[in-house]
Design a binder for this molecule. Structure first.
Ligand SMILES: *[C@@H]1O[C@H](CO)[C@@H](O)[C@H](O)[C@H]1NC(C)=O
Length: 213
């Protein structure tokens, strides 16, 4: 496997030749994120949604995403594009931080992890707090309280990265998974790595993000 580190633009140019497989980046810019997720380019975009308290503009998202890139060591461009695309779909462009449809207790973060993963994530970051909350019993309130531990920006935008590295490691840092610019690899990750349903709007989101990052 040849390791090539190039910018996204030159990557796009050589992608057709099959050379652009593992280009890396250690941070994204606000300009890139605004192009990827135009709905949240403006800081005031969150005031017109139905859940303003849960909504984050790109100016907040970019810091949290870059924090997760560094924390989890996810630097392959194809992985970053995939995780941003997944989060944009699941949270409706950072509008939601918890599940509303149908409103499953304990489900949330920008990746909208199911409660079983939220519990593992919270236990890994805040073991004593999570254990204390769960000692009260496995009620829906307890599930929501565990979720509340990981809804801050860094943790909420970080959960997709945590999941990739810890729960779907076969897709992380591999030369033949989540390759840069590869839509089939993205679909493979969504369907087989995450176990989520496919929907063509996931592809259009990925196209926009892939063209921007
Ligand atoms: C989020 O992460 C960044 C970078 O790691 C850090 O500087 C910042 O303090 C964190 N924010 C919170 C609220 O923990």
């Amino acid at each position: 496997m040849k390791f090539i580190s190039v910018s996204a633009l030159s990557c796009a140019l050589v992608a057709v030749s099959g050379l652009c497989i593992r280009d890396t980046t250690s941070a994204i810019t606000l300009g890139q994120l605004n192009k990827a997720i135009p709905a949240r380019a403006s800081d005031s975009s969150c005031s017109s949604v139905s859940t303003p308290d849960e909504c984050a503009p790109n100016s907040r998202a970019v810091a949290a995403i870059n924090s997760a890139i560094a924390k989890y060591g996810v630097t392959q461009r194809g992985e970053i594009v995939a995780l941003i695309s997944l989060m944009a779909y699941e949270s409706a462009n950072w509008q939601y931080n918890i599940n509303h449809f149908p409103g499953r207790p304990g489900q949330g973060t920008r990746a909208m992890l199911m409660y079983n993963f939220i519990e593992q994530y919270a236990q890994s970051l805040y073991p004593s707090e999570a254990t204390k909350v769960l000692a009260a019993g496995a009620s829906t309130d307890a599930q929501n309280n565990v979720r509340a531990l990981v809804l801050g920006d860094n943790d909420s935008f970080g959960s997709a990265f945590w999941y990739l590295v810890n729960k779907a490691s076969a897709y992380h840092g591999k030369g033949d998974k989540l390759r840069s610019g590869n839509a089939d690899d993205f679909k493979d990750y969504i369907v087989n790595g995450v176990g989520a349903g496919w929907d063509d709007s996931r592809h259009s989101i990925w196209e926009t993000v892939n063209g921007a990052i």
